[in-house]
Design a protein around this ligand. Structure first.
Ligand code: UDP
Length: 329
């Protein structure tokens, strides 16, 4: 029996495939390679280039492979783009997931773990954020992810499928081997953008707003290493395989760092002065997002290994230094 990883050529997907293979699992990867990279797919995984909106291609895969569970990362994930092009997000994230669930139901595949996001909460009522807190997304990306959770819930009631939604906070870092890491085009995330400065690709980093109600005025986020996220997916799938019921878990370290603090850590790690310049706030950015991950720890037995920002940024720097253009030559 194999595990199907949709979006297994992307950032978090590729790291999860590495962990699955390391754990001795049989892995099938499917990805349309629009934002993922073939080079990121572990050589021991069987690879299908397909789009999850293509029902025929999914049916062919489920017929050819003996799939016991699905881990679903195949989605668009840029907040800014979701605001300027919301229908792309409805198409790829919601319609894509609908087609996937239709195919899974038709083939009797009844377990799925999938990427949700801290953006489902919107502006938090309190930090750390609990899974039971209000969900009121402030951007279309978060809205489609929350709708994916709801879709799973209704399909579960009707067809007996079981799911785990993992609400990630700020994914970052890279695999310890240095073989895979973060590569987005265009890059919008803070840590890779900061590291473009010591890599000679950017003169300075823009700090999006320094007038937030936080101690240094810059936004606070909970940064979680991609390998720790990957481990949580495996634990969540094992939880479903042992008969666990539908569930939602936050994944973060439970510690917040401000934008200025992250830049400071990057200066220490790289030995580069990394000039920073304050620029206007970015639309839709909550002041503070910090997870309570106690539920994932107690129910799944999840133990993040990289809870130190220095180690996280060092692993990212290790990757970006060696791959200044990501997977592109
Ligand atoms: N940020 C910034 N400058 C940048 C990119 C991001 O100040 O060039 C800030 C952003 O406003 C947010 C934090 O860094 O407060 C993390 O942003 P990122 O896009 O990495 O993740 P998000 O929190 O949006 O998921």
């Amino acid at each position: 029996m194999a595990i199907l990883v949709l979006g297994g050529a992307g950032y978090i997907g590729s790291h999860t495939v590495y962990e699955l293979i390391e754990a001795g699992r049989d892995v099938v990867v499917a990805d349309n390679l629009l934002t993922g990279f073939k080079e990121a797919v572990h050589p021991k995984a069987r690879f299908y280039q397909l789009d999850i909106r293509d029902r025929g291609a999914l049916d062919t895969l489920f017929q050819a492979e003996n799939i016991e569970g699905v881990i679903h990362f195949a989605a668009s994930s840029q907040v800014g783009e979701s605001m300027s092009n919301p229908l792309k997000y409805y198409d790829n994230n919601l319609y894509g997931t609908m087609v996937l669930l239709q195919s899974m139901v038709a083939h009797g595949v009844d377990k799925i773990v999938f990427s949700s996001t801290a953006a489902t909460y919107g502006e938090p009522e309190q930090v750390p954020i609990l899974e039971t807190d209000r969900t009121q997304p402030t951007n279309c990306y978060g809205e489609t992810k929350l709708s994916m959770e709801h879709m799973m819930n209704w399909v579960s009631k009707a067809h007996g499928l079981r799911y785990v939604a993992l609400r990630y906070f700020n994914a970052c870092g890279a695999h310890a081997s240095g073989k895979i890491g973060e590569a987005h085009n265009p890059e919008t995330h803070l840590i890779p953008l900061i590291l473009q400065v010591p890599n000679g690709q950017r003169e300075k980093i823009s700090v999006f707003g320094d007038d937030y109600p936080t101690p240094d005025g810059t936004c606070i986020r909970d940064y979680i290493h991609v390998t720790d996220l990957a481990q949580a997916h495996i634990l969540a799938l094992d939880y479903l395989m042992k008969g666990g019921d539908n569930n939602v878990f936050n994944l973060g370290n439970g510690v917040g760092f401000s934008v200025n603090e992250v830049i400071e850590v990057a200066r220490a790690v790289t030995g580069h002065p990394i000039p920073a310049e304050v620029s206007p706030r970015r639309a839709g950015d909550p002041a503070q997002l910090i997870a309570s991950s106690e539920k994932a720890k107690s129910v799944l037995g999840w133990k993040p290994q990289y809870d130190d920002l220095n180690t996280i940024v060092s692993s990212a720097w290790n990757w970006h230094k060696a791959h200044p253009h990501g997977y592109e030559k």
